[in-house]
Design a protein around this ligand. Structure first.
Ligand code: NAD
Length: 472
């Protein structure tokens, strides 16, 4: 039986390996992590991450051919294929701080693989890493390997949180990059045969190592760029009376552009887009391409601009001050169907409003109070003045913030509502009931364009939707 071990039981390692186990009953899959609470959660009924369909997949194979363990060394040693899916955050200190990827976790995983391996292995980069990382990993492995041979493959993950299981079941493509040597090509074939259990042959692409590594950064940069492009347009729409939804529809009908990823919003978030673009910027700078770096920086600058534009709109609409006014924040996760708040635009919007002394009541169906408190006391990265991201103290809390059980509690007595995540329930809640319980005039700032603005205006709300003609 082929044995797979995956180092890193996070948003990628967990779901990806669960699907491999489900689709490949002839393969034993062990997901290992240094975090004991995370592994305990994977072994319990309360999985550490919320992802539609994940519970069901895990239940079907856990204990049969899918295992979660903290015994990293044992399972790495026994594996034929080792996936590495550890976090690769932005460096916070030293050379490249604020842009470069922090490969500390990757290096540590590679050293463990070299230390404990007693047989030849395929090592798969599942994490998103800078182009040329495989070269560095090869050095670490070969210089520590006691004669054991490793083949490095790049197999970046393209799943999107919120639809991870769907994406893994039928991926647009699986990308495998490897060395052009006979051993490299043999390794590619081995990994291909894993995915071939369920992924159609024409969706499995093979490339050289560097193309695969760079394709992941490029894909995220292109996706984020599309959001920043439509968000830049939304500002112009507001200034001119055009409607961004109509503009998006019109341009999306062009088959060269296509309709997806053209929704204007308060901005993109998540652990990947900003981090990967920063990384791309750094790689361009290191390769003597400052103009190209500048081009990609703009994608993040527009995203930051969109968030501050939103905050400014809230404050200016509410008579230029939100001081001591209760504002309901509906949605804190960076997108619907996930509890992930990493880099969520809600953090910047809430901090902006708190800066003007607003009193916030936050409701999100999947995000916990601890997460929100932690996110709001973390210092944010600054292009020029990078700070280490640490909570001030585990006990500190943001006093102007309370957490509500539902949208009705959050909005009761509020002056305004900011919708920051496109959860389905925000489309169907009883806005008449909410309006009756709020201070007047009652404002809705729809950061995701999910509500029917006309229906809300009929109730009496003053509504701001991104990129749409403004209320008189
Ligand atoms: P995560 O933080 O949720 O999970 C990473 C896990 O690795 C953590 O549980 C951590 O404890 C563990 N870990 C770190 N060092 C370890 C070590 N030496 N040994 C064992 N375990 C170790 O991160 P994630 O969201 O799953 O992302 C992982 C990688 O995949 C990143 O490079 C990310 O950019 C990339 N990626 C993420 C997504 C996404 O949607 N989250 C999508 C595609 C790619």
């Amino acid at each position: 039986m082929v044995k797979i071990c995956c180092i890193g039981a996070g948003y990628v390692g967990g779901p990806t390996m669960a699907v491999i186990a489900l689709k490949c009953p002839d393969i034993e899959v062990v997901v290992v992590d240094i975090s004991e609470p995370r592994i305990a959660a994977w072994n319990s009924d309360q999985l550490p991450i919320y992802e539609p369909g994940l519970d069901d997949v895990v239940k079907q194979c856990r204990g049969k051919n899918l295992f979660f363990s903290t015994d990293v060394e044992k399972h790495v040693a026994e594996a034929d294929i080792v996936f590495v899916s550890v976090n690769t955050p932005t460096k916070t200190q030293g050379l490249g701080a604020g842009k470069a990827a922090d490969l500390t976790y990757w290096e540590s995983a590679a050293r463990t693989i070299a230390d404990v391996s007693k047989s030849d292995k395929i090592v798969v980069e599942k994490s998103t890493v800078p182009v040329k990382t495989a070269e560095a990993i090869e050095k670490i492995l070969t210089h520590n390997s006691k004669g054991i041979k490793f083949q490095i493959l790049s197999n970046p993950e393209f799943l999107a949180e919120g639809t991870a299981i769907e994406d893994l079941f039928l991926p647009d493509r699986v990308l495998i990059g490897g060395r052009e040597t006979p051993e490299g090509q043999k390794a590619i074939q081995s990994l291909k045969s894993v995915y071939a259990h369920w992924v159609p042959e024409d969706r499995i692409l093979t490339t050289n190592l560097w193309s695969a590594e760079l394709s992941k950064l490029a894909a995220n940069a292109f996706l984020a760029q599309r959001i920043s492009s439509v968000n830049a347009m939304s500002a112009l729409c507001e200034a001119t009376g055009a409607d961004v939804a109509e503009v998006s529809y019109a341009i999306g009908k062009d088959s060269r552009i296509g309709p997806k990823f053209l929704n204007a919003s308060v901005g993109f978030g998540g652990s990947c887009f900003q981090k990967d673009i920063l990384n791309l910027v750094y790689i361009c700078e290191c390769n003597g391409l400052p103009e190209v770096a500048e081009y990609w920086k703009q994608v993040i600058k527009i995203n930051d601009h969109q968030k501050s534009r939103f905050v400014n709109r809230v404050v200016s609409s509410m008579f230029n001050t939100v001081s001591q006014k209760k504002i309901a924040i509906l949605g804190f996760a960076f997108k619907k169907d996930t509890g992930d708040t990493r880099e969520t635009p809600a953090i910047d919007v809430c901090k902006g409003l708190l800066g003007d002394k607003a009193v916030l009541s936050i409701y999100d169906p999947q995000v916990t109070e601890d997460q929100i408190q932690r996110d709001l006391i973390m210092k944010k990265f600054d292009w020029d003045h990078p700070l280490h991201l640490q909570p001030k103290s585990p006990k500190s809390s943001v006093k102007q913030v309370s957490i509500a059980w539902d949208a009705y509690e959050a909005t009761k007595g509020a002056h305004g509502i900011c919708i920051l995540t496109e959860w389905e329930e925000f489309k169907t809640i009883d806005y008449k009931k909410i309006y009756d319980s709020m201070q007047k005039p009652a404002f809705v700032f729809d950061g995701r364009n999910v509500v029917n603005a006309e229906a809300l205006r009929e109730i009496g709300f003053i509504v701001y939707s991104i990129g749409k003609p403004l209320d008189a």
